[in-house]
Design a protein around this ligand. Structure first.
Ligand SMILES: Cc1cc2nc3c(=O)[nH]c(=O)nc-3n(C[C@H](O)[C@H](O)[C@H](O)COP(=O)(O)OP(=O)(O)OC[C@H]3O[C@@H](n4cnc5c(N)ncnc54)[C@H](O)[C@@H]3O)c2cc1C
Length: 455
C-alpha cells in the first residue's frame, strides 16, 4: 500500500494516478474535510472557495482531469475584468484602448510594458524576439533591477511596484525576475478585444475534489487523522503512524494526543507543506512561505463591475476580487460575493495578530472610504479564512531550493514529495500544479519516470 499524507488536490491526484497504475492507496487527511486550500463555504446557491480560485488556459493537466472525471461540460471560461484603483478612480486595464487611456503611465512606458509582455527586448536599439525564453537565465536577477533595465522607471514605479507591494510586501526586493517572466508566460492567450478568459468549474472547484474522492473511493481515504511519523529500515520506508485528531482545528504543531495507529507501507507521498515533510523526515526545505488572510463578503449590492481590482495605494489589503462580476450572482441566490485579500510576510504583522472582528471593521471601513457611494448596510456576512502557508516566496535562487519529487537519495527509498514546495508549483502555486506534483510522484513510484534532480 502507498500511504499519502494530505487530502488536498495533490494528495488526491497522487492517489488517483497510483490507482491507475494498479497500486493500493490510503490517503490520510488531518482535517475533517478534504480539499486543503481549495476548501469551500456554503452560500445561498453554489459552494464557493474560501480563497479565490480560477484557472489559466495554459493549465492543461487540470483541464484534462476535469474532462476525464466527466465535468468537462461544466468548465467555463468567462472574462473577468481587471482594473487598477488609483486616487479614487477605477481604471479598467483589459482592452488596448483602456490601457492607452490609463493616465498614470506615459505612452512610452506603455510601449515598453507591451514589449515586455510580448517578450521583445529592444535594449541596444535592435529588437530581439523571444528574449525571455530561458527562465533560468533570470533566476538570480532581482525583479526591480530587471524591470528598470528592460522596461522603464515609470513601468516599474507606476505599474509593477504597487502589485509587488500587494503580493510580496517587504519581500518584494527578494523576488526573482524569472518569477515575473514565468507569470507572464503562464497566463493564457488574451482576447485582445475582451481580456483574458479565466477557467471556473460551474458549482465551484469543490466539485472536482468530490469527483476525485469518488474516483479514489471513500474506503481509501481517512479524514481526521494526522500522520505523525514515518518509519524507515535499511534505507527504505516501512510504515507510517497516524494519530486521530481530537478537535476539528488543524494546527501545524504536534498532534493533540488522539489514538495512534501504524500502517505498513511500500511507499509514502507527502502531499503537504514542507514543514510537515520536515517534521516527518527531518528534510529541511529553505523555501519561505507567506501567509494569507482572505475574507468572503456576502452583499446585497455590488461595489464595481470589476472582477480583479488591484489597489495602487497603501491599503490594509492587496486586492478586491468581486467574484460575482466573473460568475453571475444568480448562482449564489442573487448575493454578490467579494473577496478581500492580503498576504502576510511576517507573522508579527498587525493584520495577522488581529481577530476576525477587528479585520472586518478595518477592511469594511477602508472599502467605504474608497467607495463612498457603496452601501455598507448591504453586507450580509463576512467570513474570514487564514492560512500561514498560502504561497511560497519566489525569491532569487528558488529553483535550487525546491524539494525533489523523489526523496530516495535524501531520506529513504519510497518517500516522495508532492507538496507546494515542489517544482510543479512554479512559477505560481495552483490547483494544476498540485495535480502535476501528485502525478509526478505516482509516475515515479510506478517506474514511469526517471529519478531526476529538481532542476
Ligand atoms: C489565497 C489563495 C488563492 C489561490 N488562488 C488560486 C487560483 O486562483 N487558482 C489556482 O489554481 N490555485 C490557487 N491557489 C492555490 C491552490 O489552492 C493550491 O495550490 C492547492 O490547493 C494546493 O494543494 P495541495 O494539495 O498541494 O496542498 P493543500 O491544499 O495545503 O493540502 C494539504 C493537506 O494536507 C493536510 N495535512 C497537513 N499535514 C498533515 C499531516 N501530518 N497528516 C495528514 N494530513 C496533513 C492538510 O490538512 C491539507 O488538507 C490559491 C491559494 C490561496 C491560498
Amino acid at each position: 500500500m502507498i500511504g499519502i499524507v494530505g487530502g488536498g488536490i495533490a494528495g488526491l491526484a497522487a492517489a488517483h494516478r497510483l490507482q491507475q497504475h494498479d497500486y493500493d492507496v490510503q490517503v490520510f487527511e488531518a482535517s475533517d474535510d478534504l480539499g486543503g486550500l481549495a476548501a469551500t463555504y456554503e452560500t445561498n446557491g453554489d459552494r464557493i472557495e474560501k480563497f479565490y480560485h480560477h484557472l489559466s488556459a495554459s493549465e492543461q493537466t487540470i483541464i484534462d482531469l476535469i474532462e476525464e472525471l466527466g465535468l468537462g461540460d461544466d468548465l467555463e471560461w468567462p472574462i473577468g475584468k481587471n482594473a487598477y484603483y488609483v486616487d479614487g478612480v477605477v481604471h479598467p486595464l483589459d482592452k488596448p484602448w483602456e490601457i492607452l487611456a490609463y493616465p498614470h503611465m506615459s505612452v512610452y512606458d506603455k510601449f515598453r510594458l507591451t514589449l515586455l509582455t510580448q517578450e521583445i527586448d529592444i535594449r541596444g536599439g535592435i529588437p530581439k524576439f523571444d528574449s525571455y525564453e530561458r527562465l533560468e537565465d533570470f533566476e538570480d536577477v532581482p525583479i526591480k533591477q530587471f524591470l528598470l533595465d528592460h522596461t522603464s522607471r515609470g513601468v516599474y514605479e507606476n505599474f509593477f511596484e504597487p502589485l509587488l507591494d500587494a503580493k510580496f510586501g517587504s519581500r518584494k526586493e527578494d523576488v526573482s525576475a524569472a518569477w515575473l517572466l514565468g507569470r507572464i508566460k503562464f497566463r493564457g492567450e488574451r482576447d485582445l478585444l475582451r481580456g483574458e478568459p479565466l477557467g471556473y468549474l460551474r458549482g465551484g472547484f469543490g466539485r472536482l475534489i468530490d469527483a476525485l474522492v469518488e474516483e479514489v473511493g471513500e474506503e481509501n481515504i481517512t479524514t481526521g487523522v494526522r500522520v505523525t511519523d514515518l518509519d524507515t529500515e535499511d534505507g527504505e520506508v516501512r510504515s507510517l503512524t497516524t494519530e486521530a485528531m481530537r478537535s476539528t482545528e488543524v494546527t501545524t504543531t504536534a498532534a493533540d494526543g488522539g489514538t495512534t495507529e501504524t500502517h505498513d507501507v511500500n511507499g509514502v507521498v507527502v502531499a503537504a507543506m514542507p514543514n510537515v515533510l520536515e517534521d516527518l523526515t527531518g528534510y529541511e526545505c529553505e523555501v519561505d512561505f507567506q501567509g494569507a488572510v482572505c475574507a468572503l463578503v456576502t452583499m446585497e449590492e455590488s461595489i464595481t463591475d470589476t472582477y480583479w481590482l488591484n489597489i495602487g495605494h497603501d491599503a490594509p489589503f492587496g486586492a478586491l476580487i468581486e467574484h460575482t462580476n466573473y460568475i453571475p450572482p444568480e448562482r449564489y441566490g442573487g448575493d454578490h460575493l467579494l473577496y478581500v485579500a492580503s498576504y502576510i510576510q511576517d507573522y508579527a504583522e498587525e493584520l495577522w495578530q488581529m481577530n476576525d472582528d477587528e479585520i472586518e471593521e478595518l477592511w469594511l471601513d477602508h472599502i467605504e472610504e474608497m467607495f463612498p457611494q457603496w452601501n455598507r448596510d448591504s453586507v450580509k456576512e463576512f467570513r474570514l479564512a487564514r492560512n500561514p502557508r498560502a504561497a511560497p516566496v519566489y525569491e532569487r535562487g528558488y529553483l535550487d531550493m525546491v524539494v525533489p519529487f523523489d526523496l530516495g537519495d535524501d531520506i529513504a527509498d519510497g518517500i516522495y514529495y508532492a507538496g507546494m514546495a515542489s517544482k510543479a508549483q512554479y512559477p505560481e502555486r495552483s490547483l494544476n500544479g498540485g495535480i502535476v506534483a501528485g502525478y509526478e510522484c505516482a509516475d515515479r513510484i510506478a517506474g514511469k519516470k526517471e529519478v531526476v534532480s529538481p532542476r
